[in-house]
Design a protein. Sequence first.
Length: 152
Amino acid sequence: MASGLFALLDDIAAIAKMAAASLDDVAGQTAKASAKAAGIVIDDTAVTPKYVVGLTPERELPVIWKITKGSLRNKLIFLLPIALVLGYFAPDFIMPLLMLGGIYLAFEGTEKLVEFFLPHDEEEHSETQGNSAREIEASTVAGAIRGGPPND
């Protein structure tokens, strides 16, 4: 009788160990997912300040809020469903897609270096002359959400 009780307690201890191990796995996966999500959000946070340069101080926070809403809308409506569908139906397509994204980022970096070392005529970017402050703000927000260059 005592050996049966000890066997039962041993089984309970084994089940508790397995449950603790699975909770540890869940915590690890949660940490990985939150780090990836933070990377996506931080990317937008680092880019946002360059879009509010030149705006009046009372308009900076509303512009940042508009950019944040547009960026989150893009991520939740477009990017998340596409990523889920690709991950489920075509997981082998994800790596080449990421490689294409890396190539595009390398192209953008090269373009920035060329612009830095070989500056071009500033009058090309004076398309905002004659526009009202609201129009300039709207084009700045739209450019930030699409990922275009900030208006100078």
